[in-house]
Design a protein around this ligand. Structure first.
Ligand code: ZN
Length: 153
């Protein structure tokens, strides 16, 4: 299932590869250590607090606040047609930080440090490479099946 995340950046099998399957189904997941209860995002197969090796997935709200952002004007291979686009790092409400591009519900002029955002899982069935990802949207935005390259559906 982890191949749904793309061929370029991820190994085929990990202990946390269920993350991509949950994302495909519209759920953003962290991991909870079964030994000490530490909640982590991104999911960790080994606990950073107690070094335990067992965990369960825990669904996160996707709510967070914008820590920092940047515009991308010189895109990496495969994203040349998307420039300029904006990336943000957010502090998730429950635990952890997340890097994602901004979705269509937030216009560049409206992006501001500390603004509340909602992480929205995305599924791209038509793509050969990256099939699941997530975007930063206005609070309250819900998951929808989308074709990223042809606009919202
Ligand atoms: Zn632990």
């Amino acid at each position: 299932m982890f191949e749904w995340f793309g061929k370029k950046n991820f190994c085929a099998h990990t202990k946390v590869d269920g993350f991509a399957a949950h994302l495909r189904d519209g759920r953003l997941m962290g991991s909870t250590c079964t030994e000490c209860g530490q909640l982590s995002f991104p999911p960790r197969s080994d606990c950073s607090a107690c070094h335990g090796g067992e965990f369960t997935f825990t669904e996160l709200s996707g709510r967070g606040t914008l820590l920092t952002f940047t515009s991308i004007d010189a895109a990496p291979a495969g994203f040349e047609n998307d420039v300029p686009f904006f990336l943000g790092v957010i502090d998730l409400e429950e635990s952890g930080r997340l890097l994602a591009s901004f979705g269509q519900s937030i216009q560049p002029d409206d992006i501001a440090i500390d603004m509340p955002v909602q992480v929205v899982p995305r599924l791209i069935e038509e793509s050969e490479d990256i099939k699941v990802h997530y975007t930063l949207e206005k609070p309250g935005t819900r998951w929808v099946k989308t074709n990223f390259y042809q606009g919202e559906k």
